[in-house]
Design a protein around this ligand. Structure first.
Ligand SMILES: C[S@@+](CC[C@H](N)C(=O)[O-])C[C@H]1O[C@@H](n2cnc3c(N)ncnc32)[C@H](O)[C@@H]1O
Length: 282
Protein backbone atom coordinates (compact mmCIF):
# COMPACT_ATOMS: atom_id res chain seq x y z
CA UNK A 1 0.00 0.00 0.00
CA UNK A 2 1.48 3.39 -0.98
CA UNK A 3 1.42 6.56 1.09
CA UNK A 4 -2.00 8.19 1.26
CA UNK A 5 -3.82 5.13 -0.13
CA UNK A 6 -6.53 3.17 1.61
CA UNK A 7 -6.79 -0.59 2.07
CA UNK A 8 -9.99 -2.60 1.63
CA UNK A 9 -10.74 -5.02 4.46
CA UNK A 10 -13.74 -7.23 5.19
CA UNK A 11 -15.57 -6.33 8.36
CA UNK A 12 -17.10 -9.53 9.73
CA UNK A 13 -19.79 -9.38 12.42
CA UNK A 14 -20.37 -12.52 14.50
CA UNK A 15 -22.89 -13.47 17.16
CA UNK A 16 -22.49 -16.15 19.82
CA UNK A 17 -23.65 -17.18 23.29
CA UNK A 18 -22.59 -15.03 26.25
CA UNK A 19 -20.40 -17.87 27.64
CA UNK A 20 -18.24 -17.59 24.51
CA UNK A 21 -16.88 -14.29 25.90
CA UNK A 22 -14.41 -16.22 28.06
CA UNK A 23 -14.09 -19.42 26.03
CA UNK A 24 -14.58 -19.21 22.25
CA UNK A 25 -13.85 -15.51 21.68
CA UNK A 26 -10.29 -15.57 23.08
CA UNK A 27 -9.53 -18.50 20.73
CA UNK A 28 -10.85 -16.56 17.74
CA UNK A 29 -8.88 -13.47 18.76
CA UNK A 30 -5.77 -15.61 19.10
CA UNK A 31 -6.14 -16.93 15.54
CA UNK A 32 -7.54 -13.86 13.80
CA UNK A 33 -6.34 -10.80 15.71
CA UNK A 34 -8.23 -8.28 17.82
CA UNK A 35 -12.01 -8.00 17.91
CA UNK A 36 -14.37 -5.17 18.78
CA UNK A 37 -17.02 -6.37 21.18
CA UNK A 38 -20.36 -4.75 20.31
CA UNK A 39 -22.49 -6.37 23.04
CA UNK A 40 -21.71 -9.04 25.67
CA UNK A 41 -25.15 -10.70 25.97
CA UNK A 42 -25.84 -11.88 23.35
CA UNK A 43 -22.18 -11.75 22.40
CA UNK A 44 -21.64 -9.73 19.23
CA UNK A 45 -18.17 -8.95 17.94
CA UNK A 46 -16.48 -7.59 14.82
CA UNK A 47 -13.30 -8.90 13.18
CA UNK A 48 -11.37 -7.40 10.26
CA UNK A 49 -10.14 -9.88 7.64
CA UNK A 50 -8.20 -9.56 4.40
CA UNK A 51 -10.14 -11.50 1.78
CA UNK A 52 -13.07 -13.92 1.18
CA UNK A 53 -10.77 -16.92 1.60
CA UNK A 54 -9.89 -15.76 5.13
CA UNK A 55 -13.57 -15.14 5.83
CA UNK A 56 -14.38 -18.74 4.79
CA UNK A 57 -11.67 -20.19 7.08
CA UNK A 58 -12.69 -17.83 9.87
CA UNK A 59 -16.37 -18.86 9.39
CA UNK A 60 -15.52 -22.56 9.83
CA UNK A 61 -13.58 -21.96 13.04
CA UNK A 62 -16.20 -19.52 14.37
CA UNK A 63 -19.07 -21.96 13.79
CA UNK A 64 -17.12 -24.76 15.54
CA UNK A 65 -16.93 -22.42 18.55
CA UNK A 66 -20.68 -21.72 18.51
CA UNK A 67 -20.69 -18.41 16.58
CA UNK A 68 -22.75 -17.48 13.56
CA UNK A 69 -21.67 -14.93 10.94
CA UNK A 70 -24.19 -12.09 10.91
CA UNK A 71 -22.84 -9.91 8.12
CA UNK A 72 -19.75 -9.18 6.08
CA UNK A 73 -19.14 -5.66 4.74
CA UNK A 74 -16.29 -4.13 2.83
CA UNK A 75 -14.60 -1.23 4.56
CA UNK A 76 -11.81 1.16 3.66
CA UNK A 77 -8.97 1.58 6.12
CA UNK A 78 -6.65 4.51 5.75
CA UNK A 79 -2.91 3.90 5.52
CA UNK A 80 -2.47 5.55 8.88
CA UNK A 81 1.01 4.11 9.36
CA UNK A 82 2.42 6.28 6.55
CA UNK A 83 0.68 9.37 7.92
CA UNK A 84 1.94 8.48 11.34
CA UNK A 85 5.51 7.97 10.10
CA UNK A 86 5.46 11.49 8.73
CA UNK A 87 4.42 12.94 12.10
CA UNK A 88 6.72 10.85 14.31
CA UNK A 89 9.24 13.01 16.15
CA UNK A 90 11.65 12.13 19.00
CA UNK A 91 9.73 11.94 22.25
CA UNK A 92 11.08 12.03 25.79
CA UNK A 93 9.34 9.78 28.28
CA UNK A 94 10.21 9.89 31.96
CA UNK A 95 13.61 11.34 32.89
CA UNK A 96 15.94 9.56 30.54
CA UNK A 97 14.08 7.65 27.82
CA UNK A 98 13.95 9.01 24.28
CA UNK A 99 11.78 7.26 21.69
CA UNK A 100 13.17 8.19 18.29
CA UNK A 101 12.51 7.18 14.68
CA UNK A 102 15.52 5.73 12.78
CA UNK A 103 16.00 8.94 10.80
CA UNK A 104 16.52 11.01 13.99
CA UNK A 105 18.75 8.66 15.94
CA UNK A 106 22.06 9.44 17.60
CA UNK A 107 21.17 12.76 19.24
CA UNK A 108 20.70 11.75 22.88
CA UNK A 109 22.93 13.25 25.54
CA UNK A 110 24.86 11.69 28.44
CA UNK A 111 22.66 9.68 30.79
CA UNK A 112 19.87 9.51 28.24
CA UNK A 113 18.65 6.27 26.68
CA UNK A 114 17.64 6.11 23.04
CA UNK A 115 15.01 3.59 21.93
CA UNK A 116 14.74 3.47 18.15
CA UNK A 117 11.26 2.62 16.88
CA UNK A 118 10.43 2.48 13.19
CA UNK A 119 6.72 3.29 13.24
CA UNK A 120 4.76 0.65 11.36
CA UNK A 121 1.52 -1.18 11.87
CA UNK A 122 2.25 -2.37 15.41
CA UNK A 123 1.08 -0.32 18.39
CA UNK A 124 3.77 1.30 20.52
CA UNK A 125 5.53 4.56 19.75
CA UNK A 126 5.41 5.95 23.27
CA UNK A 127 2.84 8.59 22.40
CA UNK A 128 -0.08 6.73 23.92
CA UNK A 129 -0.59 7.41 27.65
CA UNK A 130 -0.82 3.67 28.44
CA UNK A 131 2.63 3.03 26.90
CA UNK A 132 4.13 6.12 28.59
CA UNK A 133 2.73 5.06 31.99
CA UNK A 134 4.50 1.69 31.80
CA UNK A 135 7.71 3.18 30.39
CA UNK A 136 7.91 5.64 33.27
CA UNK A 137 7.25 2.93 35.84
CA UNK A 138 9.92 0.74 34.21
CA UNK A 139 12.46 3.55 34.44
CA UNK A 140 11.58 4.07 38.14
CA UNK A 141 11.97 0.35 38.83
CA UNK A 142 15.43 0.24 37.29
CA UNK A 143 16.43 3.37 39.19
CA UNK A 144 15.56 1.51 42.41
CA UNK A 145 17.22 -1.81 41.58
CA UNK A 146 17.96 -4.50 39.06
CA UNK A 147 15.23 -6.57 37.40
CA UNK A 148 17.18 -9.23 35.52
CA UNK A 149 14.31 -10.88 33.66
CA UNK A 150 11.31 -9.19 32.02
CA UNK A 151 8.28 -10.54 30.15
CA UNK A 152 6.29 -8.13 27.97
CA UNK A 153 2.83 -9.49 27.13
CA UNK A 154 1.28 -7.74 24.11
CA UNK A 155 4.61 -6.35 22.98
CA UNK A 156 3.35 -4.57 19.81
CA UNK A 157 6.34 -2.65 18.40
CA UNK A 158 8.47 -4.11 21.20
CA UNK A 159 8.86 -0.68 22.82
CA UNK A 160 8.51 -1.82 26.44
CA UNK A 161 10.74 -4.86 25.92
CA UNK A 162 13.41 -2.71 24.27
CA UNK A 163 13.23 -0.16 27.08
CA UNK A 164 13.61 -2.94 29.69
CA UNK A 165 16.69 -4.29 27.90
CA UNK A 166 18.27 -0.84 27.57
CA UNK A 167 17.56 -0.09 31.23
CA UNK A 168 19.56 -3.18 32.21
CA UNK A 169 17.41 -6.34 32.08
CA UNK A 170 19.51 -9.33 31.02
CA UNK A 171 16.76 -11.52 29.58
CA UNK A 172 13.71 -10.00 27.92
CA UNK A 173 10.91 -11.84 26.15
CA UNK A 174 8.04 -10.19 24.25
CA UNK A 175 4.84 -12.04 23.28
CA UNK A 176 2.11 -10.89 20.93
CA UNK A 177 -0.84 -12.67 19.32
CA UNK A 178 -0.23 -10.65 16.15
CA UNK A 179 2.55 -12.02 13.89
CA UNK A 180 2.96 -8.59 12.24
CA UNK A 181 3.71 -7.07 15.64
CA UNK A 182 6.27 -9.78 16.37
CA UNK A 183 8.00 -9.13 13.05
CA UNK A 184 8.10 -5.39 13.74
CA UNK A 185 9.34 -5.93 17.29
CA UNK A 186 12.22 -8.05 15.91
CA UNK A 187 13.03 -5.36 13.37
CA UNK A 188 13.02 -2.68 16.06
CA UNK A 189 15.26 -4.83 18.27
CA UNK A 190 17.75 -5.11 15.39
CA UNK A 191 17.63 -1.32 14.90
CA UNK A 192 18.64 -1.01 18.55
CA UNK A 193 21.41 -3.61 18.25
CA UNK A 194 19.56 -5.90 20.65
CA UNK A 195 18.80 -9.60 20.40
CA UNK A 196 15.59 -10.23 22.29
CA UNK A 197 13.12 -13.08 22.01
CA UNK A 198 9.79 -12.15 20.41
CA UNK A 199 7.14 -14.76 19.77
CA UNK A 200 3.45 -15.36 19.01
CA UNK A 201 3.45 -18.18 21.55
CA UNK A 202 0.32 -17.87 23.73
CA UNK A 203 1.04 -16.87 27.33
CA UNK A 204 -0.41 -20.09 28.70
CA UNK A 205 2.09 -22.14 26.68
CA UNK A 206 5.06 -19.94 27.51
CA UNK A 207 7.32 -21.40 30.20
CA UNK A 208 9.34 -19.26 32.55
CA UNK A 209 9.04 -17.00 35.55
CA UNK A 210 10.17 -13.38 35.57
CA UNK A 211 11.12 -10.60 37.96
CA UNK A 212 8.97 -8.11 36.04
CA UNK A 213 5.93 -8.73 33.85
CA UNK A 214 4.52 -5.89 31.71
CA UNK A 215 1.16 -5.88 29.97
CA UNK A 216 -0.41 -2.99 28.10
CA UNK A 217 -3.56 -4.70 26.85
CA UNK A 218 -7.30 -4.17 27.25
CA UNK A 219 -9.22 -4.65 30.51
CA UNK A 220 -10.99 -7.55 28.88
CA UNK A 221 -7.68 -9.35 28.08
CA UNK A 222 -6.21 -8.45 31.45
CA UNK A 223 -9.15 -10.07 33.24
CA UNK A 224 -8.86 -13.27 31.20
CA UNK A 225 -5.06 -13.43 31.57
CA UNK A 226 -4.86 -12.50 35.28
CA UNK A 227 -4.06 -15.98 36.60
CA UNK A 228 -1.59 -16.69 33.78
CA UNK A 229 0.21 -13.39 34.34
CA UNK A 230 0.52 -14.25 38.05
CA UNK A 231 1.94 -17.67 37.19
CA UNK A 232 4.75 -16.05 35.20
CA UNK A 233 6.06 -14.02 38.14
CA UNK A 234 8.76 -14.94 40.64
CA UNK A 235 7.85 -14.39 44.31
CA UNK A 236 8.14 -10.65 45.04
CA UNK A 237 8.08 -9.92 41.30
CA UNK A 238 6.19 -6.93 39.94
CA UNK A 239 3.37 -6.68 37.45
CA UNK A 240 3.01 -3.36 35.59
CA UNK A 241 -0.37 -3.05 33.89
CA UNK A 242 -2.02 -0.50 31.63
CA UNK A 243 -4.31 -0.47 28.61
CA UNK A 244 -7.50 -0.20 30.66
CA UNK A 245 -9.50 2.93 31.38
CA UNK A 246 -9.10 4.82 34.66
CA UNK A 247 -12.75 4.04 35.39
CA UNK A 248 -11.89 0.32 35.12
CA UNK A 249 -9.28 0.48 37.94
CA UNK A 250 -11.72 -0.86 40.60
CA UNK A 251 -12.56 -3.81 38.32
CA UNK A 252 -8.86 -4.50 37.78
CA UNK A 253 -8.20 -4.43 41.54
CA UNK A 254 -11.13 -6.81 42.14
CA UNK A 255 -9.55 -9.18 39.63
CA UNK A 256 -5.92 -9.00 40.78
CA UNK A 257 -5.94 -8.43 44.56
CA UNK A 258 -7.55 -11.82 45.37
CA UNK A 259 -4.73 -13.50 43.40
CA UNK A 260 -2.06 -12.76 46.07
CA UNK A 261 -1.10 -9.41 44.57
CA UNK A 262 -0.41 -6.37 46.73
CA UNK A 263 -1.04 -2.91 45.33
CA UNK A 264 2.09 -0.80 44.88
CA UNK A 265 0.96 2.13 42.70
CA UNK A 266 -2.15 3.41 40.94
CA UNK A 267 -1.87 6.12 38.30
CA UNK A 268 -4.10 7.82 35.78
CA UNK A 269 -3.25 9.79 32.67
CA UNK A 270 -5.95 11.32 30.49
CA UNK A 271 -8.60 8.58 30.58
CA UNK A 272 -6.10 5.72 31.02
CA UNK A 273 -5.26 3.72 34.13
CA UNK A 274 -2.05 2.11 35.41
CA UNK A 275 -1.36 -0.35 38.22
CA UNK A 276 1.89 -1.64 39.71
CA UNK A 277 1.36 -4.82 41.73
CA UNK A 278 3.67 -7.00 43.82
CA UNK A 279 3.22 -10.73 43.47
CA UNK A 280 3.20 -13.17 46.34
CA UNK A 281 2.25 -10.80 49.13
CA UNK A 282 -1.16 -10.23 50.37
C1 LIG B 1 -1.99 -1.63 23.27
S1 LIG B 1 -0.85 -2.63 22.37
C2 LIG B 1 0.60 -2.44 23.40
C3 LIG B 1 1.88 -2.39 22.61
C4 LIG B 1 3.11 -2.03 23.44
N1 LIG B 1 3.38 -3.05 24.42
C5 LIG B 1 2.92 -0.69 24.13
O1 LIG B 1 2.89 -0.66 25.37
O2 LIG B 1 2.84 0.34 23.44
C6 LIG B 1 -1.45 -4.24 22.77
C7 LIG B 1 -0.78 -5.38 22.02
O3 LIG B 1 -1.20 -6.58 22.65
C8 LIG B 1 -1.47 -7.58 21.70
N2 LIG B 1 -2.39 -8.51 22.39
C9 LIG B 1 -3.72 -8.38 22.61
N3 LIG B 1 -4.18 -9.43 23.31
C10 LIG B 1 -3.10 -10.23 23.56
C11 LIG B 1 -2.92 -11.47 24.24
N4 LIG B 1 -3.95 -12.08 24.81
N5 LIG B 1 -1.69 -12.02 24.29
C12 LIG B 1 -0.64 -11.40 23.70
N6 LIG B 1 -0.75 -10.24 23.01
C13 LIG B 1 -1.96 -9.65 22.97
C14 LIG B 1 -2.01 -6.82 20.51
O4 LIG B 1 -1.81 -7.56 19.32
C15 LIG B 1 -1.18 -5.53 20.57
O5 LIG B 1 -0.01 -5.62 19.77
Amino acid sequence: MKAGQTQTLLKVEVQGPQEALEEGLPLLVESWGGAWILTEDPLEAVFFLKDPEEVARFGEEASRLGFSLRRVDQCQVEDWSQKFRESFRPLRVGRSLWIVPPWARGKTGPGEIEIVIDPGQAFGTGQHPSTALILEALEEHFQEGLWPTVLDVGTGSGILALAAAKLGARRVVGLDVDPVAVEEARRNAALNGLELTFSTEPLKKHLGKYHLVLANISAWDLKILAQELAEHLLPGGRLLLSGFLAQEIPEMLETYLPLRFKLLKVREREEWGFLALIWGKG
